[in-house]
Design a protein around this ligand. Structure first.
Ligand code: ATP
Ligand code: MG
Length: 437
């Protein structure tokens, strides 16, 4: 992409309305613009990152045989009257009336909708278990929308739902999602820590929130130091086998948020205790037959008996993750994207606009990178070198290639790692080889 023809409205000044670094940087890097409180438009570069995150989340859901569907944003109120949540949900729900005076709502979540689909389609125990998900915009009229897209009113969520014949099966589905979440966050360049969460009236141990560590997090967290280096990939993971031993490795360690913190347990940990702030990026939940019983998600068992299915739901805050990743990965100059979600892999800077040799060398490099299938953002604008450096650091692409008159003479380009700041002078071919690897 040539920056001269792109739509990247960067800002030099820090927008005063932004209280936290990710919000500031997203506005300054031209990723989003506010429409009204907690509602945002996504500009090209912001959208590109959002889509990359969405795609990683999608691939990992598909990998555990969870099937993608797409349910509507607008739902009929009657569905929620059946589950009893139409009144319970309160003012966070955006209620709408259509031209025929029918009560509708903009979905804050989709348990009712997916349960209705299941109830109307699946009849036999042979078609269970089933895992379904979608990635769709939600609306919650939050009391305090803030921190940009981190706590928006309209936000993009991946929500999955599991259907099983019994609690044992539900636990298997839960464990699958649990480990899949660890994998997903790692691919996004994040260290997410699973923390036991409230299970509501059902009780038990099958509700976890996934939090990443960040100073601006809304939750107070405390956990065992070991979590910092723990990875799902250190264990033998077979998604078709028994994942309980892997899940136990994580759930046996102490980790808790806010009112769930246990002073005794924390004291016992001594130097192994970490306290920090955290951002919730996911929540998985087993809720038994709460919705299936009310919405008739009943299948016929092997003996002809009725089985009310056991369900769970599994959310990931896709749009919140854009901000969360920035909170976890930035410096004074701007964003530092992990490669997996970076809008472009490399930024190419022409140091001397208008110089024929520089233009030719940059154009050649741009052509070669594009040909090699490397996603490149080429700053070919009529701007001073300093402004180009600042913008490139601000938008945080993992690599930078700088081409100027002096380097051209020596047959080299400057190759910079955005994260470490390390610069190397190498040949154009070497730069391309590095980026291919
Ligand atoms: P929170 O405690 O942050 O309000 P929640 O418990 O209401 O979250 P869930 O209903 O479990 O959240 O939704 C699943 C995920 O969706 C959350 O883990 C979070 O990452 C994301 N999410 C929830 N509310 C918002 C919001 N207002 N803006 C952006 N993302 C959100
Ligand atoms: Mg909430």
């Amino acid at each position: 992409m040539r920056l001269s023809t792109y739509f990247l409205p960067t800002l030099k000044e820090t927008p005063s309305e932004a209280q936290i670094v990710s919000h500031r940087l997203m506005l300054r890097a031209g990723m989003i613009r506010q429409s009204s409180a907690g509602i945002y438009s996504w500009l090209p570069m912001g959208l590109k990152v959002l889509r990359k995150i969405e795609q990683i989340v999608r691939e990992e859901q598909n990998a555990i045989n969870c099937h993608e569907v797409l349910m509507p944003t607008i739902q009929p109120a009657d569905l929620w009257r059946q589950s009893g949540r139409y009144d319970d949900y309160g003012p966070e729900m955006l209620r709408i009336t259509d031209r025929h005076d029918r009560d509708m709502l903009y979905g804050p979540t989709n348990e009712e909708q997916i349960t209705e689909i299941f109830a109307n389609t699946v009849r036999s125990y042979k078609d269970v278990p089933q895992l379904l998900y979608h990635i769709q915009w939600k609306f919650r009229d939050e009391v305090r929308p803030r921190f940009g897209i981190m706590r928006g009113r309209e936000f993009l969520m991946k929500d999955a739902y599991s259907f099983d014949l019994d609690k044992e099966g539900a636990r298997k589905s839960y464990n699958k999602m649990f480990v899949s979440y660890l994998k997903t966050y790692e691919r996004l360049g994040l260290k997410a820590i699973p923390m036991a969460a409230d299970t509501g009236p059902i009780g038990g141990d099958m509700s976890h929130e996934f939090l990443i560590l960040a100073d601006t997090g809304e939750s107070e967290i405390a956990c065992h130091r070991d979590f910092v280096d723990m990875s799902w990939s250190d264990y033998e993971v077979d998604f078709d086998g028994d994942l309980q031993p892997v899940v136990d490795q994580f759930t046996n360690q102490y980790a808790a948020t806010d009112e769930k913190r246990d002073p005794e347990a924390e004291k016992a940990l001594g130097d192994d205790l970490i306290t920090a702030r955290g951002i919730e990026v996911g929540h998985i939940f087993y809720f038994g037959d709460k919705y299936s019983s009310k919405l008739g998600a009943i299948v016929t068992g092997p003996e002809g008996e009725d089985i009310t299915v056991e369900m769970g739901s599994y959310g990931i805050g896709v749009s919140r993750l854009v901000g969360a990743i920035i909170e976890a990965s930035h410096d004074d100059n701007g964003i530092i994207w992990p490669e997996s979600v970076a809008p472009y892999k490399v930024g190419l800077i022409n140091l001397k606009y208008g110089d024929d040799e520089c233009t030719k060398a940059c154009d050649d490099m741009y052509g070669a990178l594009s040909e090699a299938g490397i996603d490149v953002l080429y700053d070919d604008r009529d701007k001073k070198a300093g402004a180009k450096f600042a913008d490139m650091d601000l938008i945080g692409l993992p690599w930078q290639i700088v081409i100027g008159p002096r380097g051209i003479k020596d047959g080299i380009v400057e190759f910079k790692n955005r994260k470490t700041g390390e610069r190397q002078e190498i040949s154009p071919d070497q730069a391309i080889e590095r980026l291919k690897g």
